[in-house]
Design a binder for this molecule. Sequence first.
Ligand code: ATP
Length: 610
Amino acid sequence: MAQAKENERMEKIVSLCKRRGFIFQSSEIYGGINGFWDYGPLGAELKRNVKDYWWRTMTQQREDVVGLDASIIMHPMVWKASGHLETFSDPMSTCRQCKKLVRSDQIWPIVIESSWARAIAELVPGGTVNTGQLVNWAKGKGQRIAPNLALVRNPEVTISWISERIQKNPAPFEAKELLQYVATEQFNQTGLVLPCPHCGGELTEPRPFNLMFKTHTGPVESEENVAYLRPETAQAIFVQFKSVVATARQKVPFGICQIGKAFRNEITPRNFIFRSREFEQMELEFFIPPDEIVAALAGDLAGVRGEGHPGEPQPNWGWQIWHKYWVEERLRFYESIGLPRTSLKEYWQKPDELAHYAKATVDILFDFPFGTEELEGVAARGNFDLSQHEKFSGESMDYFDEVAREAWKKFDESKKQELREDYREKKYDSLVRKGLELGEAKAQAEKESSDYFDKLAKGLYTPHVIEPSAGVDRLMLALIAQAFNEEEVTDEKGNKETRVVMKFHPRIAPIKVGVFPLLKNRPELVAKALEVKRLLQPHMSVFYDDTGAIGRRYRRQDEAGTPFGVTIDFDTLGENSALKDTVTLRDRDTMKQERVKIDDLVPLLISKVR
Ligand code: ATP
């Protein structure tokens, strides 16, 4: 039941997005293209506000982060070094009958939502099967909506399996079990068949499918000219790390951030804009010194203490506390644009879920109408990326740290020895854990330690990185879902009606203020309203509307999520001399109105929308 309600909410959101011009299906007049979306006038403003605010808080309001705007297509070796060519794949199954592809790890939610599975669920309340009803359905509606389902193609055989199961075990069927039974004509090696959500046919075993979009540079479509649309924005940051260090006058710890398009050939794009094939990311790579260096320089290494934000960055912070810092910063960001903390969850990936190079990853989840899903990932990636690019490009990714070099010079021999030994032991342990034979691990730890400290004596090391990586489109969906409210209100005539109001935080609202002359047919009201519009326009997005009753104009702006409405009436013109040159300012959420001087409008509204 809850599921149906949630879907109903999602349907209302999708329909409002189309009706009010937030989001359209791409290429709709040609029937659309799966996994691609366009942002309409209101959506484009909202998206721009979100990205601008992220950029402002990430770079302009911090001293330690700078921006980058890199190309979408990069040298193909970038993707070899990053591991995307080999490993950036999802397990995928193909339907043996209709040949459509389904992401293997997402089969069940899609099957259960399919029209044929829903029809069968209705025939089998509580999992108790009436075989006669199933056969009737198979010979009727089933032919149309699930032509390749075993039950439809060969009802007698499938029903015989089902009857055998009931004889052996009279318990009601679980939903998934029944859907597998009706799809199975012949049991294969693994038992029951996995059904295709599109036609009911049989899905193959999972096979990896690379998610990168391939293209060619230049006129010849040869192997040498293959290039890829970037599947994430992060790699350009690593590739340009040295150029930024050379030009930006930043010292580690510092970050480089980027907003831009990313492309993934998702097998099953779904949930509106949540999983699409073209989307935007807002990513930060925050470079920090390795823990040994922090400990050596600061004399100690601060660990994570307790819950919550760890406060202002300190010179003795190791990677764990930096990681925690960025998780908390990101949660604060979401709260500051209207996602309440209660709608957000932190999921700390378990050791066996982590990517091989990651030391820790936190997924920031949001309660979407279709479930609690990832909005952003915050990963501690060690120095994997920079090291990989150093290996594949042959270019050194070493960072020169003057402070480290000077500190090293001042350490006495015993301190240096202590640091070396400590490093070597940790390295040795990690190599043994990776499965290296003891003698080999010892030799390698020895070599790595001596290389590392030889470099450090010159002030050189490869920085580590913390990566908060957010999806703009998923955030758009979260903001729209959070803002969507239906309220019952009573109009001036006492009639009850439903008010749809998008309660966007004023900071990101597409339109900040609506300006309305009380009546359209009074030139003096219209002239004054246009004057107010022109006064506000240089400072914020304004929408002028003079058509229809004032209540209807408010409703239209409520649906667009405009937080403030300014109405120019006869008092503004001086009918009541005490109120001359004042307007009513209406608050979208409380619907309260206050009288404000026109001269005060700009500073007042700016203080509310920034
Ligand atoms: P998922 O597991 O949902 O596929 P992911 O863990 O692969 O996501 P990342 O590679 O960490 O995602 O990408 C960072 C962010 O980019 C995600 O948190 C998400 O907000 C966004 N993102 C990733 N894939 C998509 C997509 N197909 N459509 C929209 N946004 C996406």
